[in-house]
Design a protein around this ligand. Structure first.
Ligand SMILES: [Zn+2]
Length: 182
């Protein structure tokens, strides 16, 4: 007599939790492993304190300089076009920032969104800040605003593996395209 094989245990998540999963944390982005694996290794200095030397902007992925803030590509993007805005000033959190710094930050976010719409035709965007360790800030000493373009289905494993659309574009290609569009 053939005994039935034990079936793999499947846990169902409650509906409220399932909705929470539709967040950027669950985009399938294996290249971020390099980042997650390197979080113990602290950078020698703050990567958002970029200084005045523009000759190294391309190497640092700085794509645009405003008056109070600059735009920089994320070295470990969730999706192609994942961009950040940060103030030049080394500030830990938004409560330390001046109104002109914050308002220009939002203007630059608009600027990024227009450029990304033109270049990548995303279906939506996640915009946000992670302030403090508990909130998931990677570099918490210098606050910054993330702009992440999203496509319908980009958090779905099958879609990501079945299509090439959200697989990472080579960063310097993204840099050249964004530099021209901003
Ligand atoms: Zn800094």
């Amino acid at each position: 007599m053939v005994r039935p094989r034990p079936r793999p245990l499947r846990r169902r998540r409650p509906a409220s939790q399932a909705r929470l999963l539709h967040s950027m944390d669950f985009i399938w982005s294996p290249w971020r492993y390099d980042y997650l694996a390197s979080t113990d290794k602290k950078p020698p200095s703050c990567v958002f304190c970029i200084g005045d030397d523009r000759s190294r902007d391309a190497a640092k992925l700085v794509v645009f300089r405003g008056i109070h803030n600059f735009i920089i590509l994320n070295l470990f993007p969730y999706t192609s076009g994942h961009t950040m805005v940060a103030p030049y000033q080394h500030l830990e959190t938004i409560t330390e920032a001046k109104p002109e710094q914050l308002s220009e930050m939002m203007e630059l976010a608009q600027h990024i969104i227009r450029a990304l719409q033109k270049l990548y035709s995303p279906n939506g965007f996640n915009i946000g800040m992670n302030l403090g360790q508990a909130a998931g800030a990677g570099i918490r000493e210098h606050f910054h605003l993330h702009v992440v373009p999203r496509w319908i289905g980009d958090s779905n494993f099958v879609n990501v593996t079945g299509e090439t659309r959200v697989l990472p574009e080579e960063l310097h290609r993204t840099y050249e395209r964004m530099k021209a569009a901003l």
